[in-house]
Design a protein around this ligand. Structure first.
Ligand code: URA
Length: 183
């Protein structure tokens, strides 16, 4: 799709925030642009920055397992991040960095037109669902906005730190599978 390639080229050349000074690669996103479901993480980590692909480190391997459990993989979904460049030392992206980068995600959503957007972790859920989103309390709940169903769930890196939440995260993925059957 020409618009997609233009958007990607624009993103790869972006210098709108200070993250562009320290990045190795822009991590635009990966997957199927015809998918009905998008996953949105926080921002690239070290491995993602080096390889230019989202969720390729340990957290990514765990995400792949959850996807496989519901018969999905990264050729069937689209995976992107709130910010496309790595925040140094894996700090949280600053609000102004998120705002500068958000138009790229918006355009990705407009072009993919997913039925479902799954927010992986607090940063994505607070910006895309609601500012007071609490993952432990609000995960697995569907929110409808502009004709798209949104759900927030645990960030896979948080699950690596706190495996007690893995069962809850699995339930969330089952809800995603069920919802995909309805659309
Ligand atoms: N964490 C994220 O939020 N995104 C990635 O791409 C990798 C780790």
């Amino acid at each position: 799709m020409q618009q997609w390639e233009e958007l990607k080229a624009e993103c790869l050349g972006c210098n709108k925030c200070e993250l562009s000074n320290t990045r190795t690669n822009v991590v635009f996103g990966v997957g199927n642009i015809n998918s009905r479901v998008m996953f949105v993480g926080e921002g690239p980590g070290e491995n993602e920055d080096l390889q230019g692909e989202p969720f390729v480190g340990r957290a990514g391997k765990l995400l792949d397992k959850y996807l496989a459990a519901i018969d999905l993989d990264r050729t069937k979904v689209y995976i992107a991040n709130m910010v496309k460049c790595r925040p140094p030392h894996n700090r949280d992206p600053k609000p102004e960095e998120v705002e500068k980068c958000l138009p790229f995600l918006r355009r990705q959503v407009q072009l993919i037109r997913p039925a479902i957007i799954v927010c992986l972790g607090r940063i994505a859920a607070c910006r895309l669902i609601s500012p007071g989103f609490r993952v432990t309390k609000d995960h697995g709940v569907w929110y409808e906005k502009g004709g798209i169903k949104f759900m927030g769930t645990f960030h896979p890196a948080a699950l690596l730190r706190n495996p007690n939440n893995k069962a809850d995260a699995f339930e969330d993925f089952l809800k995603i599978r069920d919802e995909l059957k309805n659309i």
